[in-house]
Design a protein around this ligand. Structure first.
Ligand code: DX5
Ligand code: ZN
Length: 210
């Protein structure tokens, strides 16, 4: 299982702590991008992010919690991220948006909120590189894991095993710690924010998860 670390909950010395996080044994840096419309909070624009992430080396895992998806794809593709993930609930023309991200040679993720049924994703599973299962309501870090979302992970694993033309990775995001990670044994990537960044030894927390 890989770890994608979110820096959303880092309160002070953000730039320095992002660099420390980047140098720890995480696999990806998870960028939580919020526009204050799709979710109530607003985070960083592309220029701020470029400044904050100077000298970071880990591949970027961009999580767009925005309504104007195309604008943010244009902005954040300039980072050459490994993944750009959009929300099923934010996009009307999902297939063309998937193709738009692919046209930039970036892997595509599709995310669903806790209340969105897994069936909604079925038509797109053969087109995407990553599925992001939200185990909290998107919009902020430090929330509690919603237990009845983890079944979606198991269904996605089963669907992938039964259909060899599905090659998405399964990612879970929200409320992950050394206890809730045990409910997510079928994920390929776990997004972890506050459990890591609220501690003063990032690697110690990461090792507990791995
Ligand atoms: C929530 C974000 C998550 C969050 C995870 O909207 O998408 O990535 O930052 O943080 P924790 O691990 O603190 O729940
Ligand atoms: Zn996220």
């Amino acid at each position: 299982m890989k770890i994608s670390a979110s820096f959303l909950s880092i309160k002070d010395n953000l730039k320095e702590n992002i660099l420390i996080l980047d140098q720890s044994n995480i696999d990806y840096l998870h960028l939580d991008i919020m526009d204050g419309i799709f979710v109530h909070n607003t985070t960083w624009d592309i220029d701020t992010i470029k400044d904050l992430l100077i000298n970071t080396k880990k591949p970027k895992d961009v999580h767009l919690m925005v309504s104007d998806v195309k604008k943010y794809i244009d902005d954040f593709s300039t980072l050459n991220p490994e993944y750009i993930t959009i929300h099923f609930e934010a996009v009307s023309d999902i297939e063309s948006t998937i193709n738009y991200i692919k046209s930039k040679n970036i892997k595509v993720g599709l995310s669903i909120k806790p209340m969105t049924d897994i069936v909604s994703l079925i038509p797109f599973l053969s087109l995407i590189d990553l599925v992001l299962i939200m185990s909290v309501e998107p919009g902020e870090g430090g929330q509690n894991f919603i237990e009845d979302t983890s079944y979606k992970i198991d269904i996605l694993k089963q669907l992938r095993d039964e259909n060899n033309y599905y090659n998405y990775v399964i990612e879970v995001d929200g409320g992950i710690n050394d206890e809730t990670i045990k409910l997510c044994s079928n994920v390929d990537i776990a997004v972890v924010g506050s459990y890591i960044t609220n501690s003063d030894d990032y690697n110690e927390q990461i090792n507990k998860l791995k």
